[in-house]
Design a protein around this ligand. Structure first.
Ligand code: NDP
Length: 284
């Protein structure tokens, strides 16, 4: 078997064309949706992600503002900026690029964002709403994965889903979304014994680990749908996922490439959440 690609670039482009139309409709009513992105420190990958997010906003007709701070910035400076953006009617979404330098308490930074502008869906109350099945904003990466399933016509009802990784930004919300969609979900992590056995049971396998090519073809059930969230750099500087694509593609029925799978969908769903936030603010 050679798996079909779940192409996040193509799906992202299709969805973004619709977003541009929605942004234009808002503009016709005198409102331009706006996203503010805060970047702290010099992490090379974060700089690329922020640049891609800002460019995607421009293409979709969404206003964006970027605030860049040096690694040693005083936390209060960032809290003051977030308070200012919370009160700014031009801004409908605020994103703080993670990870943050060590002297920051990431939770308190995320909690400082107004809930109605928390387009990453990371604030505790938005996490709770997602858990209750009534999300305000769905975290962008798992949201993007759900859109890939939907576009490929992958039914989740009654399926065995295994999520490898239990982070607050990917693994946990991914598991919650799969559960709400009717899958039976197992969440694996670094203390899981016999990871391979869990993965081998999965009709739907999501890898969000941060370990290059850790999931190999022999760990995948024939015909499984594989979502590779990982973004890693190999010794020769190339990007690769958490799944060993070469061996996995001969076993899976569908698989996301890295790059070109989940990454572009994450940005696409950030645009979706920002637009949604702007539309809500127009209606309140
Ligand atoms: P974290 O480091 O926060 O979480 C990694 C998870 O993997 C943890 O739960 C950890 O377990 C688990 N893990 C680590 N080693 C093993 C192992 N040997 N066996 C099983 N589980 C293991 O990472 P993130 O969730 O933030 O990101 C995961 C990956 O996804 C990264 O490569 C990141 O760059 C990428 N990413 C990609 C995005 C995209 O848009 N495509 C967006 C966000 C992230 P434990 O909890 O026990 O430590």
């Amino acid at each position: 078997m050679t798996a079909q690609l779940l192409d996040g670039v193509a799906l992202g482009q299709k969805l973004r064309a619709g977003f541009k139309q929605r942004a234009d409709e808002l503009a016709a009513q005198g409102m331009r949706p706006g996203l503010a992105v805060i970047l702290i420190g010099e992490d090379a990958a974060s700089q690329v992600y922020v640049r891609n997010k800002v460019n995607a906003c421009t293409q979709a007709g969404i206003h964006s503002e970027k605030y860049v701070y040096p690694c040693d910035v005083a936390p209060q400076v960032v809290f003051d900026k977030i308070a200012e953006l919370n009160a700014d009617a031009k801004i409908h979404g605020i994103l703080v690029q993670l990870p943050l330098p060590k002297h920051f308490d990431a939770d308190s930074v995320l909690e400082a964002i107004a809930p109605q502008k928390d387009v990453d869906g990371f604030r505790a109350e938005n996490v709770g709403a997602l858990m209750q099945g009534q999300p305000c904003f769905i975290p962008c990466t798992p949201y993007g994965a759900m859109k890939l399933f939907e576009a490929a016509g992958v039914s989740l009802k009654g399926k065995e889903a295994v999520v490898v990784g239990r982070s607050n930004i990917v693994g946990k919300p991914m598991a919650m979304l799969l559960m709400h969609a009717g899958a039976t979900v197992t969440v694996c992590h670094s203390q899981t014994s016999d990871l391979k056995a869990h993965c081998r049971r999965a009709d739907i396998l999501v890898a969000a680990i941060g370990k290059p090519k850790m999931i190999t073809g022999d760990m995948i059930k024939p015909g499984a749908v594989v979502i590779d969230v990982g973004i890693n750099r190999t010794a020769d500087g190339k990007l690769c996922g958490d799944v060993d694509f070469e061996s996995a593609k001969d076993v899976a029925s569908f698989i996301t490439p890295v790059p070109g799978g989940v990454g572009p969908m994450t940005i696409t769903m950030l645009l979706a959440n920002t637009l949604e936030s702007a539309e809500r603010s127009l209606n309140t």
